[in-house]
Design a protein around this ligand. Structure first.
Ligand code: FE
Length: 202
């Protein structure tokens, strides 16, 4: 997308969707793109390239204190060390969930999201209900996702924009001390890196 933050409202968003669909139909009709190639690209971002990259970043941070320090200091560079960079991932900031702080990521204005580490955003992330309620009632949103954050734990809502793309470093669950990075990686789901889920021990 464009270099500036798209402050699209719902009407213009649906117009954008329609324009994209029209453009896709035209490109396919003219034989300029193969629909199977487009599907493969979407599948790659949603399932393959997608959140597994972020999970690798998290597992490395949990098991390598020096890497974690670099990640917290300059997330874009530390994430690029693992080979993940590119569109929608240029200005990464990692925020850490701890026993006293729970971070929740939203884009209140559209759907800014760190593609190189999380893939394509889920539909609910782009919904106006999530975008508005995350700010007004973050604890209520978290409850809807099945997380109860105790009153003494601060909830910080992080508003992603074109200037800053947030990734949550979730808490490493108790009982995983003996696990290595590869075993930890599979525990880290997409939602734990948005802040709408917690990582569970196996
Ligand atoms: Fe946005």
């Amino acid at each position: 997308m464009a270099s500036d933050h798209d402050h699209d409202h719902d009407n213009s968003l649906s117009e954008t969707v329609l324009r994209v669909k029209a453009l896709e139909s035209l490109l396919v009709e003219k034989g300029l793109v193969d629909p199977a190639a487009l599907d493969a690209m979407v599948d790659a971002y949603e399932n393959k390239i997608g959140p597994r990259n972020g999970a690798r970043v998290v597992a490395r941070a949990w098991t390598d204190p020096a890497y974690k320090a670099r990640l917290m200091a300059d997330a874009t560079a530390a994430i690029a060390e693992l080979g993940y960079s590119g569109a929608q991932g240029e200005h990464m900031v990692v925020v850490e969930n701890t026993p006293t702080v729970h971070n929740l990521v939203v884009c209140t204005l559209c759907s800014c999201y760190p593609w190189p580490v999380l893939g394509l955003p889920p539909v609910w992330y782009k919904s106006s209900a999530y975008r508005s309620r995350a700010v007004i009632d973050p604890r209520g949103v978290l409850r809807d996702f099945g997380i109860t954050v105790p009153d003494e734990v601060a909830v910080r809502v992080r508003d992603s924009t074109a200037e800053i793309r947030y990734l949550v470093l979730p808490e490493r669950p108790a009982g995983t001390e003996s696990l290595g990075a590869e075993a930890l990686e599979v525990l880290v789901t997409r939602d734990t890196m948005i802040g709408t889920a917690k990582v569970s021990a196996p």
